[in-house]
Design a protein around this ligand. Structure first.
Ligand code: FAD
Length: 413
């Protein structure tokens, strides 16, 4: 017993990753059912940065106008030292759009999720709530997702069940890795920051010793989003209750006026302990495949987590379209093609994100060195982002080279 007629693809999880997969495959003519454990589909109301490698795909799906109307196109990403406030370097986002052909955007998470949800509904995706998948089975020419109320069979099951994925256990016995860092978020009406020294047209990242602070406007500039991230001394000491608001206050005492002025606006009733996982190079077991955070949860320093999930969906769907013939989809071929390219790219993102975090959080001499390196960077030097922002690779041969000096560790590590 499942939820009615058989489908081609069962997607487990209705976050940004699950919905992107459901939409991409439905647009290729397949019947898709999404199983979400929560009572409703939704996302927490904070901001998300989406780079040109993501807006390029949203454009292919016909969603770029809608997300643009909901989001903000900032003019620059500005990196400042969080202690003395000095501007260290800048990415000119108008030039980024010219270079890559698609914009860099910031958007309310629930607006991106809502756009994908409306598109899924419009395309005829079967969206089911209140279903927590507890197990997976291979079947003849397909796979099954098992839950308390029954079994859902598809030619393929895509597991988009996030950081603590149940499906990942089929492929790896690894566990989430704690970074001992925690994020506080807060999205408030712009009036609340109007009198502060904020730059509504920029994404500003203040990088400091063991902490950083991100600020940008959302929803046509009607809202202002802030993220405060710091290393938790309690986490390092092995305490259970870590990342608490007293630690937030203590972590930013030495920072610039601009940072400290924004801190009182953070939500203090919830926080996000930051975990990632070690990269794994195989995401496919039979007809069950991982996607999104289930496959590659990153530390968020490159702002590519949701973006990678959307890329996964696009890459798989392109291979499905290429391998669809009179007898239907060559699923084994499509999954193999997906598995050949996505883990390789996402491994680079995960390891670079870890190194990028270290760079941001340097103290003392290393901070001085970092600031000198960033100051010396030419505004129009794209070495650090070309490999991310260019067109998403469909095959390993299309993967762009990493910036020079890359040999498993980024040059600035
Ligand atoms: P999730 O969003 O975790 O969705 C998983 C879904 O599966 C959930 O709806 C869950 O309820 C459901 N589920 C779980 N288990 C089951 C089950 N057993 N049965 C049924 N359903 C189940 N990314 C960016 O691209 N840009 C950014 O700027 C950015 N900033 C970030 C800032 C912070 C502070 C953090 C923490 C992350 C950030 N990310 C960013 C990363 C991004 O949020 C995630 O990578 C992305 O949301 C992952 O989407 P997902 O759908 O794979 O997983």
């Amino acid at each position: 017993v499942g939820h009615g007629r058989d489908v081609d693809v069962v997607v487990v999880g209705g976050g940004i990753g699950g919905l992107a997969n459901a939409l991409a495959l439905t647009l290729k003519g397949l019947r898709v059912r999404v199983l979400e454990q929560a009572h409703e589909f939704g996302e927490v109301g904070a901001g998300l940065q989406i780079a040109p490698n993501c807006t390029r795909i949203l454009d292919r799906w016909g969603l770029l106008d809608e997300v643009t109307s909901l989001g903000v196109l900032p003019e620059s990403i500005v990196m400042r030292d969080a202690i003395d406030g000095e501007v260290l370097t800048r990415l000119d986002l108008r030039d980024v759009e010219r270079r890559y052909g698609f914009p860099y955007m910031v958007i309310h998470r629930s607006d991106l999720h809502g756009t994908l949800l409306r598109a899924c509904r419009g395309a005829g995706v079967d969206l089911v709530n209140d279903v927590a998948v507890t197990g997976y089975e291979q079947a003849a020419d397909g796979a099954v997702a098992v839950h308390a109320g029954g079994r859902e069979r598809g030619a393929v099951v895509m597991a988009a069940d996030g950081l603590r994925s149940v499906a990942r256990r089929l492929l790896s016995d690894d566990e989430p890795v704690s970074s001992a860092y925690v994020a506080y978020r807060g999205a408030v009406p712009f009036e609340q920051v109007a009198r502060l020294d904020v730059q509504p047209k920029d994404v500003v990242v203040h990088v400091g010793p063991r902490c950083h602070f991100v600020q940008y406007a959302l929803r046509h500039g009607e809202m202002f989003n802030q993220v405060a991230v710091f290393e938790s001394p309690k986490a390092l000491a092995g305490e259970e209750e870590w990342g608490t608001p007293d630690e937030l206050d203590a972590a930013f005492t030495a920072t610039s006026e601009q940072v400290r002025a924004g801190l009182p606006l953070m939500w203090r009733d919830r926080w996000w302990r930051m975990f990632d996982r070690d990269p794994i190079d195989d995401w496919v077991r039979g007809r069950i495949a991982l996607t999104g955070d289930a496959a590659h949860p990153p530390l968020q320093y490159l702002a590519q987590g949701a973006v990678m999930a959307i890329e996964d969906a696009w890459v798989l769907s392109e291979h499905v379209a290429r391998l669809t013939g009179a007898a239907g989809v060559d699923w084994d071929g499509a999954l193999a093609a997906y598995n050949a390219v996505r883990p390789l790219h996402c491994r680079r993102v995960l390891t670079t994100a870890r190194a990028w975090g270290k760079l941001w959080h340097h103290d003392g001499e290393k901070r001085e060195w970092r600031n000198a390196v960033l100051r010396a960077r030419d505004v129009h030097d794209y070495t650090y982002v070309d490999w991310l922002f260019g067109p998403t690779a469909l095959t390993p041969g299309e993967l762009p080279p990493m910036f020079s000096g890359y040999d498993g560790e980024p040059v600035l590590a």
